[in-house]
Design a protein around this ligand. Sequence first.
Ligand code: NAD
Length: 490
Amino acid sequence: MEILKNYINGQWQNSAEVNGLKIVNPANQQVLGQVPYGTNCKKDVDAATSAAKAALDGWRSTSVNERIQPLFKLKTLLEAHKRELAEIITNECGKTIGESLGELTRAIENVETACGTPALIQSEFSENIASGIDEFMIRQPVGVCACITPFNFPGMIPFWFLPYAISCGNTFIVKPSEKVPMTMNKLFQLFEQIGLPDGVINLVHGGKETVDAILDHPHISAISFVGSSAVAQYIYSRGTANGKRVQAQGGAKNPVVVLPDADLEMTAKIVADSVYGCAGQRCLAASTIITVGDGGEVRDAIIESAKSRVTGYGLAEGVEMGPVISSESKNRIEGLIQKGIDEGATAVLDGRNTRVVDYEGGNFIAPTILENVKVGGELIKTEIFGPVMSLIHLKTVDDAISFVNSGSYGNMACLFTSNGASARKFRNEAQAGNIGINIGVAAPMAQFPFSGWKDSFFGDLHGQGRHAIEFFTQTKVVVERWPSDWTRKF
Ligand code: NAD
């Protein structure tokens, strides 16, 4: 069985930890390899940080135009290896091959955006702020930075950070999810070929012990995290208590409001795609669908669209939805479905006990719809992170906006309507960092920040685009006087 190595200082190295976790294909429970996991992973973090620290001076003094050259090579390599990478993602993460290819497109867009760093990192200059005195601001790298990422987008989420961190002159450590670490090992085989000096990027594996070592390491200056809210809050608290700059993106429970004037066919399809894409394991998955007014027609259309979705192995022809990540996750989701029913909801579609021919051991749950989920109950507040739609019906758009704003998360909120005034009101009043109008997955392009509000984000600057450039640089303001008679005076 392959035991995954770390990549430190330009070398593939065995972890100091001999214990490991099995990496399992969620469609059939096939063991794909083993990832280092345990207390000795702390030594790997020490080694990676030493390498990153040693590489920092040389890299930060390399010109920004030179620093982006490896990214152009990376874009070409990612495109050339896209299918191979996508198959690895599907096999360890479960999503369909189309979804895996899609996330890699998003990764490449971040590489392209970071190639604009020479322009993005430019700063401000004021001449004569007082007679003969100039003042300007420069952006300098922060130092050694690290990212800690979740299981659901192993080929995309690290790219919200890594390309920008290095183009801004920082050195970097990636700690991927222990559930899906193989994608990052393949990516580092590509990173090896792009001409970065040793130590500029490093890869360490593991779970909580590795993360805690990153949080406590005195030579790591900034941490980017994406994962569940409880862990995001922990990362933010412990990282900032240790004096680090931290951006921590958390979980979600995304509401989608459908007004009576929404286009029926388009809305039903887009809503079902949003709920069931990646088997509901997207931080931008629609979770609670709120129909306003009568809502009967759209309800029926959404149910039909959900029913027709084909569940199975992500590499098989015609499959539209893969398994959830683990058997623990499947049990948790099925328990939440039961919780919803116990709280009074009706299971219009119940995807539990789904069997997929030839993949009987897979963690499959077919599309599920719970109608009339109790507002104020447990399920309506809990992130399910599986292919489960909660359907509720409210009277007015104001009721719907109040419901949207009553949730503790604020990752995304969407509205379906053909009325511009309703759309404008919703965009203005909904308390979420990503808003979709007639869009089911309001995923920001690489040039925009991946926003999140409330319990979906801890920090200030988000991933991607200009926010990433700001996060990965610290500003220095210089006030300068050069008297013209200076040489005569001294
Ligand atoms: P997770 O929080 O369990 O794990 C994320 C990372 O944190 C992993 O690398 C893991 O090793 C580490 N980790 C886990 N528990 C830890 C602990 N107790 N102490 C220290 N480190 C720990 O998340 P997940 O299950 O991998 O991913 C799913 C979650 O991520 C969902 O809640 C989803 O909404 C969220 N997510 C959010 C966004 C966003 O942009 N807001 C994007 C993708 C996923």
